[in-house]
Design a protein around this ligand. Structure first.
Ligand code: PLP
Length: 347
């Protein structure tokens, strides 16, 4: 049986990178594919079609990673842009429930519709499931919270949404790549791939349920959303793809060139193995700072002086909402954890 350690040679992190929740580091296959494409671009060695083939591969790989059909997956540039057509499809007066610490790319797309009566209400992470009550039309929530690392009880949220027939929109940007995910029971799941999917910024992938697609206008449609792209370049005739591709934004080619082999590598290693690796390192860190074991790859804790101590030791982490945030991914090691703990020793 292969293990995460068998793949470690594909990354070259400088020790002390504890900030995948900000951005992930590329594996060699993604990095090299992108360098090759850049070299071709520089001299005009190829047409763009080979680059675009990567978008198809990334779409298919993402679909497998979240147990969706590729026909239900769209591509885009950012989470916020991907959510905008969904928000625009909501009726006036709809109520959207978010976590009170939700990342704003999953808040502002709803809130910009306040002038037509869309109301954004929030609940504390621990109270979210209880807050899914009649009167809520949409639940828009992260599978893993960016600032705290809290892992959503997705089955409980799915069940609560089904009880009141609310739409369920999940931002998986802090989850896809390490947390096992399944779109069953969801209306949308969107992930920007520059964190745990270890790709360049600009490659966002998402699942859209057929029932949600019927309610939404593909506001970002251009030639790329056409049923047949090559006959969609010019003119006033419009024949959009019949599947989720009609919600595609024309892709940032090079981001997808790196994303395709990286997503495929994640499939090969296996999300279950990565999940176990990441959570085990996070728990090693938690034990070292006196926290009980948790279930997340992200650890957030208030520790005065930690930011300065990390900076002095060359450890790269983040401060979010006043808390120190460290995060562990497939290329993180026990040595990284020990470096961090050593830096914090005197606090
Ligand atoms: C949960 C979450 N969603 C989305 C994003 C990025 O949003 P966007 O793709 O709109 O830039 C981040 C970035 O930190 C995030 O943590």
């Amino acid at each position: 049986m292969t293990s995460v350690a068998d793949y470690a040679h594909l990354w070259e992190p400088q020790p002390g990178w504890l900030n995948t929740a900000s951005y992930g580091l590329p594996p060699r296959p993604g990095w090299e594919a992108m360098q090759a494409a850049l070299a071709d671009w520089r001299v005009g060695a190829t047409s763009w079609e080979p680059w675009d083939a990567s978008t198809r591969r990334a779409r298919e790989s993402f679909a497998r990673l979240v147990n969706a059909s590729a026909e239900d997956v769209f591509v885009g540039g950012t989470v916020s842009a991907a959510l905008a057509p969904i928000a625009a499809g909501l009726p006036d007066g709809a109520r959207v429930l978010v976590d009170e610490v939700e990342f704003t790319s999953n808040v502002y797309p709803w809130k910009v519709h306040e002038d037509r009566g869309i109301e954004v209400v929030s609940a504390a992470t621990d109270d979210l499931v209880a807050a899914i009550r009649p009167g809520v039309d949409v639940v828009a929530v992260s599978a893993v919270q960016s600032s705290t690392g809290a892992v959503l009880d997705l089955p409980a949220v799915v069940a609560a949404c089904q009880r009141i027939d609310a739409l369920l929109i999940v931002d998986a940007s802090q989850a896809a790549g390490w947390l096992p995910l399944d779109v069953t029971g969801l209306d949308a799941l969107v992930a920007h791939s520059y964190k745990w999917l270890m790709s360049p910024r600009g490659a966002t992938l998402g699942y859209l349920s057929p029932r949600l697609r019927e309610r939404c206008r593909p506001l970002q449609a251009g030639w790329y959303a056409g049923e047949d792209r090559h006959s969609s370049y010019y003119g006033t005739g419009m024949d959009l793809a019949s599947d989720a591709r009609r919600f595609d934004q024309s892709p940032a080619w090079f981001s997808f060139v790196a994303a395709a082999p990286t997503l495929e590598l994640l499939e090969e290693i296996g999300i279950a193995a990565i999940h176990a690796h990441n959570v085990s390192l996070a728990n090693e860190f938690r034990a070292g700072v006196g926290l009980p074991a948790g279930d997340s790859a992200i650890v957030s804790t208030r520790m005065p002086g930690a930011e300065e101590a990390f900076a002095a030791a060359g450890i790269r982490a983040a401060v979010r909402n006043g808390g120190l945030r460290v995060s562990f991914h497939v290329y993180s090691t026990s040595e990284d954890v020990q470096l961090a703990l050593k830096a914090l020793e005197r606090l």
